[in-house]
Each structure stands twice: as structure tokens, then as C-alpha cells.
Design a protein around this ligand. Structure first.
Ligand SMILES: [Zn+2]
Length: 732
């Protein structure tokens, strides 16, 4: 097992380092480069987990003297996406001098007030006014007397670190190269422990941190990166040779349901589950069904192992002390049985969580935080994770997937041991952790809320989708034109990013926006699209319908009979079908929500030639009132009524713009651009209003946001004119 870095062939991770890239970078950029490479593989380290450092020569801005500066990944951030701004910089000699400060405390040791007090001292050693806050792992890096240090949470190493005889396994895999140390909470004391190990074992290159992960070092950055990969690879290879697969979990007890049945069952249960979990605060879900996770949830040993909980501190802060395993038999039980068993399971989980809190709490512990599970395991179906945002539930899914791999590894070569409850509690309710939660910026107004926007492929719908995402909502952009819906989704994702976490194998719903194709005049289309929303996010809070149809009269000024039917189908029946299908989910979820339709000022202003449109919109106004009564008290139903929005509207193709200009006696040229023609028409419409302003999609989006938000929580059955002020359009 004693492989040298130059001859070892990596089998389980890839060496991505390119000298041509690295050599063009300054030393700090090289550290960022190394970090990004390490963070790009979830088997090497989980999202937001692990840290890297380099001790680099610099010139002191105060004295002009040469100094050594420790650059170390700071609090928060993620290695995969880290930039220079995510690294703290500290005077290395001043950081070491804090050991004298620490020595002056009377009571010292892990988890003492003295240890926590040191965290605030790191800021005093900041080099060059760097605002990045040093993390609690800073002394782990600072006290190791080598230039480059990587601390990772590799799946293979955590498997060794959580195995009952991890110390023996470490020796077997690495000989004297990696030294075992028992679980110790990260902090000043662990830094001192590592310093001690380095002094005692000058030949060692790394330490296996019991119950936690790996830390290793070198004096050269390329060598450090390569060493990290090699050490992880050695553990992975050791485990691969002994991997028992599903047998590590006692073999399969259940089989995964066929894909369509699995999905149907989940879609039936998810809104109900979300409702049960969202009584205090809304949560958003992610479904994960990778082979590894399915093998686990279907196994004989899953209930026992799940009960043990996760280990690496990064993992269980997200996955909670343990997941909820639901003892549901996919062969015999149906969706109603699943709800019943989930219900009982959730009650028991909350009792267990309260008991854990009560048993472990200390006089100064922060108050108990929500007692709901974030990970729910269901045989035959997979895993559903929940969090305050899509990113959070996705990352929680990623972490439990890691935890499953860890358990498989540990159970294959030994037996898996979770962190003792007391230790887990002391991290979960650590004052520093609580302070971190308090420092989080306030959530956005529509955070935690799931909105479907029907008609989001263009005009008002696209503006609404964009606006609601800006307010923190996750949005399903739905349109008759699937391509246009996806374009809306892609444009927003391009602006906001997909968020953190692994978007890939088996995880439902990639980011905060998805694009779906559906024709709202067809019930089965609407149902399929809303089911997709549920599968992606776990439920639905609001539905906004902006889609509509304007049928132009023929040359004789008449609407063909089919045009009448199409108008009522798109402007009245479609919105009704959407409301009816959404209500199926709202009823299961039992949470407050809202529906916003888009009618028109034309509903009250009769106009020559557009009577199919105008009368259908008048019917839509009344649909708002009928639905408000039908869906009360849980769902508020309102509408926005725009006056002619020309900008970005799919209802104003070039020939209609020209027809309108002709109707009002306005000039137009055959070779004039669309933009110029539309501009002239919009100006004309603006001039007719009381406020003399053109009506834009953004104006409608603003009104939709108000109606969806809690700001108008007591308004239902109303139609809000957003028309610049048209006295003919005043409701009466
Ligand atoms: Zn760590």
C-alpha cells in the first residue's frame, strides 16, 4: 500500500491539474485554482465542505518587511466556485502567537469557552484588511508546519473515518503516512492536536480525522494536490476491492417501483407531504433516486442504519441528526397507506427530536429549531429532501447520497458508527453555529414559494416569471410553446445561476426555474405540467395565468365562428381548467396560496371588431369572482387587467400592429422596423390614458407580484386595472 506519488495510478479520481494554466497564475490564484479543481468532484468534497490553504511570502504594508501570510478558505463559500474573495489572509506569526493567548485561559480544551473565544481573535491577525472572515478550521491549517494544506470530506475517507475500527484501517491503507486521530470538534484544540501529530510524526503527510474526513499537506502546491488525490484514491481502492454493494446493507428487501408508477405515487404524495412539513415555514423539495440511494432505501438494514444518523459535521447540519425512514411496502401498500405511515412517522420523528434536544441541551443552549426531518427515505421510491430553498434541498440530497456511500463503505469493511448524539448536538446547537444562522441575510419576500406561470414564453408571462424569481420564488415557466418556456427558464437561470449543489444523476428540478410545455385548454396537458412542477419542487403555492388569445376580425370585420370558440376556450375555459387542476394539489397541500388571472380592460370597454376577445375577457372577470368563492378560504383569486400592452406581446404580430395603426389613421411604412411600428402604436395608446404612460409587461408583473404576495393577503375576487388610467375602463 506504500505507493509513491509519482507511480500511483489514480483509479477513482482524476488529476485535472494543468501546469500551463497554473504557471500563469500568481501564488494566491494557484491556491484558488487548486481549490476549484478539488471542489469539482462531490466524491472529493461535498458542496460547501472542506478547505485549502497556502502559507505565502508577502511584504508587510506597515513595515515593508517580508512576512508569511496564511491564505485559507474563509467562512461560507464553496471550493468549486471559490474566488480570491473567499480566502481569508492572516499573519502566520500572529496566528501562532494566539497559542500564548490561549494558554493564559484557566479552563482550556475542546468545547470550552476559551476555545470559542479564540475564534473572535482570528480577525486580529488579519493581513492587509482582507474582509473575508476566517473559519473555525483556520487553526487546523495554521498550526500544521507545512506550506500547503488540503482538508477534504472525501466519501471514501469518511467511510474509513466512521468505521468502527477506523484507526486499524487507516494504518492498513496508509502505513505511517497518515495518522489516525479520534473525533474532535473542529477548532483551536484540533489545530493543536494536528501540530502535535506533526511534531511526533515528521514523516507523516496527513491525518485521518475520526468521524470527519482527511487533512494532508506538502511544501509544494502541485504536490499537495496530487497527494490529496492519491490518498483519497488509496482509500477508494481499498474499499472498492472489498465493496459488498447492496449486501453491505443486508441485501434488498424491496424492489424499486417501475419508473412511471414511482413517479405517479410520488406526485400523489408530495403536495400532502409538503403541507405536513410546512406548517411553521414553507419548504421546497428535491426527489433523489440514484441507484445507490435506491439500493439503500430498499435494503433490510436501511431502518437500522438510518436511525444511526450521519457523521461528518457538514453532513448532519443539513441532514439533521437522522433521516425519517418510512416503513412502506411498495409491493402491498398504496399511496394512502404511505400518507398514513408518513403521518405517524413524522409525529414520532418530532417526538424523538424533542427528546434528543431535551436530553442534550445545556443551560445556555439556543432554543430548539424545527423538529421536522429534512431527509425522508421511502422504499421503492427513493429519497425526498426538504429545505428553505431549492438549492438547500438539493444539497441536502447530495449530502445524504454521500452518507449512503459512506455507510456502504464502512459496512463493507467494518461497521458504521455515527457521531455520538451529544457531540452532534454540541455542533448543531453550538453558539458559533447559532451566530452564523443569525448573520444570514433576511429571506426574500417570496422565498420558499413555488409559482407556476402559464403563458411564460413571452410578454407579460415572461416578465412575471422574471419578477417573481427576483423576489425569491421558484418558478415553473409554462407555455404552449415548450421552446419559448425553456428560453424563459434559461434566460433567468443565466442571470441568477443554478445555485449550489450537484445538478445531476437522479435529482429532480435543476435550479430555481424550469420551463415546461403545456396547452392550457387541454386538461391532460395542464395536469401533466402541474405534476412536473410537483415532481421538481414538491408542491405549488401560486398559479399565474397570463396566456390568452386575441382573434382578429376578418376583412369584413367579422369574427369567424371558430374564432369565438377559440377565444372562449383560451380566455375562459383554459384558466378554469388550470384553476381546477391546481386546486387538486392545493387541497392536498392544505396551505394558503393564490391564483392570478389576466383579463383585460376590454372586459368593460366594448370595442368594434374585437367582441369575441372582449366578451371572453368579461367572462374571465366573472370567472375570477366565481373562483374566489369556490376556492375560499385557502386560495385567493384575483386578476390583473392590462390595457393594450404592445411591448413584447405575442398578441401583437406585425400585421395586427399595422392594422391598428391604419385603424387610428397613424402613419406606417412597409419597410419600417417592427420596433418602430410598435413604438408608435404604444405611444398612441399611452396618449389616450389619464397618466399618459405606455403600459409595459413590467407594470403587469409588478401588479401580479403584489397580488401573489402577502401584501394583499386580504384581497380576493378583485380585478386590478393596470392600464395607465382609462376612464372608460373604470369598474362599476
Ligand atoms: Zn471538515
Amino acid at each position: 500500500m506504500d505507493a509513491s506519488p509519482d507511480t500511483h495510478t489514480l483509479r477513482h479520481c482524476a488529476d485535472l491539474w494543468e501546469d500551463a494554466v497554473a504557471d500563469a497564475l500568481d501564488p494566491v490564484q494557484r491556491l484558488v485554482y487548486r481549490s476549484n479543481l478539488l471542489g469539482s468532484d462531490w466524491r472529493i468534497t461535498n458542496t460547501g465542505g472542506g478547505n485549502t490553504s497556502a502559507k505565502l511570502a508577502a511584504t508587510d504594508p506597515l513595515t515593508g518587511e517580508p512576512v508569511t501570510v496564511l491564505w485559507v478558505k474563509g467562512s461560507g463559500g464553496d471550493l468549486r466556485t471559490a474566488t480570491r474573495g473567499n480566502f481569508a489572509s492572516l499573519y502566520q506569526d500572529r496566528l501562532l502567537a494566539l497559542q500564548d493567548v490561549y494558554a493564559r485561559f484557566g479552563e482550556r480544551g475542546a468545547k470550552t469557552a476559551a476555545e470559542d473565544a479564540m475564534v473572535a481573535m482570528y480577525a486580529h491577525t488579519t493581513f492587509s484588511l482582507n474582509p473575508c472572515a476566517p473559519s473555525i478550521d483556520t487553526p487546523l491549517h495554521g498550526f500544521i508546519p507545512y506550506r500547503h494544506v488540503d482538508h477534504m470530506h472525501p466519501v471514501a475517507c469518511i467511510a474509513v473515518a466512521t468505521a468502527k475500527d477506523g484507526a486499524r484501517l487507516t494504518r492498513e491503507i496508509y502505513g505511517d503516512e497518515v495518522i489516525w486521530t479520534d473525533w474532535q470538534r473542529p477548532g483551536f484544540e484540533l489545530g493543536l492536536t494536528l501540530q502535535h501529530i506533526c511534531r511526533q510524526h515528521p514523516e507523516a503527510r496527513g491525518v485521518m480525522l475520526g468521524g470527519h474526513g482527511l487533512i494532508n499537506w506538502a511544501d509544494d502546491d502541485r504536490a499537495c494536490y496530487r497527494l490529496t488525490l492519491r490518498l483519497i484514491d488509496q482509500a477508494a481502492e481499498y474499499l472498492a476491492r472489498r465493496d459488498l454493494g447492496a449486501r453491505a446493507f443486508g441485501g434488498a428487501k424491496y424492489e424499486t417501483l417501475p419508473e412511471s408508477e414511482r413517479r405517479t405515487t410520488l406526485v400523489q404524495v408530495l403536495p400532502w407531504m409538503r403541507g405536513r412539513l410546512s406548517r411553521e415555514q414553507l419548504v421546497i423539495g428535491t426527489v433523489e433516486a440514484s441507484d445507490g440511494v435506491l439500493a439503500f432505501v430498499n435494503s433490510h438494514e436501511a431502518p437500522r442504519l438510518a436511525e444511526l444518523g450521519t457523521s461528518c459535521p457538514d453532513h448532519f447540519l443539513r441532514t439533521k441528526i437522522k433521516p425519517l425512514y418510512v416503513d412502506w411496502d411498495p409491493r402491498r401498500d398504496d399511496a394512502d397507506d404511505l400518507k398514513r405511515k408518513l403521518d405517524a412517522g413524522l409525529d414520532r420523528y418530532r417526538e424523538d427530536y424533542t427528546a434528543y434536544y431535551e436530553a442534550c441541551k445545556r443551560p445556555d443552549s439556543p432554543a430548539m429549531r424545527g423538529g421536522n426531518p429534512t431527509v425522508i427515505l421511502i422504499p421503492g421510491l427513493g429519497m425526498v429532501t426538504w429545505g428553505k430553498s431549492k438549492s438547500e434541498s438539493r444539497v441536502t440530497g447530495e449530502f445524504y447520497r454521500c452518507a449512503v456511500e459512506v455507510m456502504r463503505g464502512a459496512e463493507s469493511v467494518s461497521s458504521y458508527t455515527a457521531l455520538p448524539r451529544r457531540e452532534a448536538f454540541d455542533i448543531e446547537y453550538w453558539a458559533l453555529e447559532e451566530a452564523k444562522l443569525r448573520r444570514m441575510p433576511p429571506e426574500k419576500e417570496l422565498a420558499r414559494q413555488i409559482v407556476a406561470v402559464v403563458g411564460a414564453g413571452s410578454g407579460i408571462g415572461r416578465a412575471v416569471a422574471d419578477r417573481l424569481v427576483r423576489e425569491g420564488a421558484v418558478v415553473a415557466a409554462i407555455d404552449r410553446h415548450a421552446v419559448a418556456a425553456k428560453e424563459t427558464a434559461d434566460a433567468i437561470i443565466g442571470r441568477v445561476g443554478v445555485g449550489i449543489g450537484v445538478a445531476g444523476s437522479g435529482l429532480s428540478g435543476a435550479g430555481d426555474v424550469i420551463g415546461l410545455g403545456a396547452d392550457m385548454t387541454r386538461r391532460e396537458d395542464v395536469r401533466a405540467a402541474l405534476d412536473d412542477v410537483v415532481f421538481a419542487y414538491g408542491g405549488i403555492d401560486h398559479v399565474v395565468v397570463t396566456a390568452g388569445l386575441y382573434v382578429a376580425p376578418d376583412t369584413a370585420g367579422r369574427i369567424p365562428d371558430a374564432g369565438w370558440e377559440d377565444s372562449f376556450r383560451a380566455n375562459v375555459i383554459g384558466p378554469y381548467l388550470v384553476a381546477d387542476e391546481a386546486n387538486r394539489l392545493w387541497a392536498a397541500q392544505e396551505l394558503p396560496g393564490s391564483l392570478v388571472l389576466t383579463t383585460s380592460v376590454n372586459a368593460v370597454v366594448p370595442k368594434t371588431g374585437s367582441f369575441a376577445y372582449d366578451t371572453s375577457k368579461a367572462a374571465a372577470n366573472h370567472l375570477v369572482r366565481e373562483l374566489a368563492i369556490a376556492l375560499a378560504p385557502r386560495i385567493r383569486v384575483n386578476a390583473v387587467a392590462p390595457a393594450t400592452v404592445v411591448e413584447g406581446s405575442a398578441m401583437f404580430p406585425r400585421d395586427r400592429v399595422i392594422a391598428s395603426l391604419a385603424k387610428y389613421g397613424l402613419p406606417y411604412g412597409d419597410d419600417e422596423s417592427d420596433e418602430s411600428l410598435r413604438g408608435r402604436l404604444a405611444e398612441f395608446y399611452a396618449d389616450r390614458t389619464l397618466t399618459k404612460q405606455a403600459i409595459t409587461p413590467a407594470d403587469q408583473a409588478e401588479a401580479v407580484f403584489l397580488l401573489v404576495s402577502r401584501r394583499l393577503a386580504k384581497t380576493t375576487g378583485q380585478v386590478l386595472q393596470v392600464d395607465g388610467g382609462l376612464e372608460g375602463g373604470f369598474l362599476r
